[in-house]
Design a protein around this ligand. Sequence first.
Ligand code: ATP
Ligand code: MG
Length: 424
Amino acid sequence: MLFSKLLLPTLKEAPQEAEIVSHKLMLRAGMIRKVASGVYTWLPLGLKVLRKVEAIVRTEMNNAGAQEVLMPMVQPKELWNETERWEKMGKELLRFQDRHDRDFCLGPTHEEVITDLIRSNVKSYKELPINAYQIQTKFRDEIRPRYGVMRSREFLMKDAYSFSVNEECLDNSYINMRNTYKKILQNIGLEFKVVKADSGAIGGDASEEFHVLAENGEDTIAVSTGSEFAINTELLLEEGEDIKSLEGEDSPDGNGVIQIKKGIEVGHIFKLGQVYSESMGANVQTKEGRPATLHMGCYGIGISRIVAAAIEQNNDERGIVWPPTIAPFDVNIIAIGFEKDEKIAMAATKLYESLSHQGYDVILDDRKTGFGAKIKDSELIGIPMNIIIGKSFVENDEIELRTRDGQISVAKIDDLKIIFNHYK
Ligand code: ATP
Ligand code: MG
């Protein structure tokens, strides 16, 4: 990709509406633009990051034995009546009518649609367990959309639903997803906690959230100093009690004391049990030939929210510091005098082609601006590695390598191959 051709409208200042750093930086780095409240267009740079997160999620879901489906965004009222959620859901559910006055909603989640699919197509315990997932746009008419794609109305989620013949099999599916979510966040390179959560109106015994730790997180979590244990403070606080009073208390798991941290909920896993399968009549034949109501789990991870959370956790005064796994580009070739000096243009183009050929995601900054503007943009959009080809290349064949965290080294262009093998 040539910098000069990229639709990358960077901004010096963040627009007023942006309150938190990730929203500011996503606007300044030309990743997203607002279309309406809580509704955004992803520009090329933002979309590259979104797709990288999506790819990591998809790979780990497939590795876990889940199978990908794609359900519709538009869902009929009749299905939501079966679980009584058409009435219960409130205004987050965006309802509308088609030309025949039939009622529909935009899917905020897909328990009804998936349970309908399974009840009509899976008949025997032999076909279970099944875990079906999709990566799809959700719509929730949030009362207060804010922080850009962190809490938007339209957003990209990976949602998975498991169906098992008994509780023990559900436990296995749940643990499988729990491990998968840990792997996903580890692979991306984020610092996170698995947090015991309130299972809410649905009841059931297990619900855990995955929180990316960040100062601006909306949630407050209690983390143990002596173990991996973490719990949503909502579950610890007595009525009227102050969160601060929890700090330093003995951890509920018996290891160490409580430390209060801020987190961004990026994932939520849930043992639903039989709530949906009972109301929708989703059964299979057991080994003994009897009908058994299915045991369900559901597992959501916010793909678009992860992009914002990654920035919230990884930035400095100059811009975004992407974990290399999801950076929009691996390398930026900064050519100083690209348009004037043939030697520079040739070397930069050759290097660009060779690194691209090796599978790196490369951008070549061929713009007519000077080094200062180029490195500023590169730091704003958070590219992990810069290769600078300029005057010292013309004079003595030297190029400069500059990482996003400020490490600078000088090399001959022929040494790059070795350096890059090491870097990847
Ligand atoms: P929250 O408490 O933040 O509203 P939730 O409990 O409603 O989240 P789930 O229904 O469990 O969220 O959805 C699964 C995941 O989808 C969340 O963990 C989050 O990453 C993402 N998500 C939910 N709502 C939004 C939103 N409005 N904007 C962006 N991502 C969202
Ligand atoms: Mg919500």
